[in-house]
Ligand binder design. Sequence first.
Ligand SMILES: Nc1ncnc2c1ncn2[C@@H]1O[C@H](COP(=O)(O)OP(=O)(O)OP(=O)(O)O)[C@@H](O)[C@H]1O
Ligand SMILES: [Mg+2]
Length: 439
Amino acid sequence: MTSLRRHLLLWLLPLYVLSAAAAMFVSYQRYNSSISAFMDGQMHNLAESYARELAASPTLPTLRMLDEDHVEHDGTPIVQLWRDGQLLASSWPKPALGLRPEAGFHSVSIAGHGWRLYTAPASPVSVQIAQSNAFRQRVILHSAEYSAVPIAVLVPLSAALLWLAVYFGLRPLARLVRAVTQQDERSLAELPLTGVPQELLPLLTAVNALLSRLRRAFDSQQLFVQDAAHELRTPLMALMLQAEGLRNRFGTTADEELVRLEAGIRRLHRLVEQMLKLARQQAAPPGSATAAVELLPLLQEVVGDLLPLAEQRNIDVGFSAALPLSVRGDADALRSIFDNLLDNAVRHTPAGGSVDIALHGSAGAVLVEFADTGPGVAPELLERVFDRFYRSAGATSTGSGLGLAIARSAAERTAARIELLNRADSPGLLARVHLPGAA
Ligand SMILES: Nc1ncnc2c1ncn2[C@@H]1O[C@H](COP(=O)(O)OP(=O)(O)OP(=O)(O)O)[C@@H](O)[C@H]1O
Ligand SMILES: [Mg+2]
């Protein structure tokens, strides 16, 4: 995988180092030429002044004797006076430096040591000035080093600045990643364009256009499911009534097949109802109808609606609530959660069992529990049962497999969390709804 940051740094850092090296090289070259020219000028002036002195008086001037330290360390030029190839006087005791026949500057190497020489034209005494090349190189290197220090310091500093610039430059990308991660199929909001680098704008505009097309596609799909379920309800209800009428007409002599037909239609009717509820639940935007909701009356209503089924199945429904509690949420969504959990407890518990509803409240959080005496759910399926149309293999009742999907979808809308666990004290399922308190 290519990283934009690494890519940028991999290109820019060597470029920085190369430019710094080039800057150092160029500054060395410039010092070399300017310092050499300056020192050459000094040698020339020195030779000229001796030549003028000699022209004014024929007596040879006294030359101060130099040692290694003067020549190599201080760079003091050596003066030699020659006539007809004979050395008349020299400030350097060593004999090696011979007279160059041609006047002008020369760079020579004598016994492995480099010298810069200037020979003035003979008149008739020749003046020759010599300076150690090692000294001249040292001076040039020192000067170049002085100018290289800021460059050397600036390279890591600018590399760090570069890293920061790349880091901050790419920060809008991290923001975008966060915005995209927060999206799901129900909230396909457009990605924010503020603070986005210009280069990313075309991409984002295209993504936003795609998102809005997707949103429209999702909406129309959801609408279609809603409309289809809605349209199916009426004819199914009519069919159910007709089947019921037929069965009533035949009374106890009703054919087994007729009973099965009626049960099939009921199941179909339930499926359509549940599909419609799920589609509505998913279509509603989260947090749209948040208000303080009293839990006690709401739960009483839910229990009241399911009592006929519970009585029919001979299930004892118990309800214990210590205090009246209220939560902040969407009453419809909460009702849908409780409806489906209680419906499951009543439907999936064998006849003669019991369901206990408990309402607990603690600091800032409320817990509603539905405990039944049914078969429970295999631990590995506790998450799967929330999938749409999923019904565990041993499920006795004829449900549509949508109840928990509806409950979870409703829970997402109202900041609730549903937790399913098998009871520890006896067989049965414990469905818990965690709700934020009203405070
Ligand atoms: N209280 C429970 N006890 C035992 N099994 C349960 C319980 N609640 C849910 N289940 C299992 O989870 C499955 C999925 O539940 P869900 O409510 O989604 O669908 P359903 O009850 O089968 O159908 P629907 O609720 O749509 O009519 C159920 O088929 C059942 O196997
Ligand atoms: Mg159910």
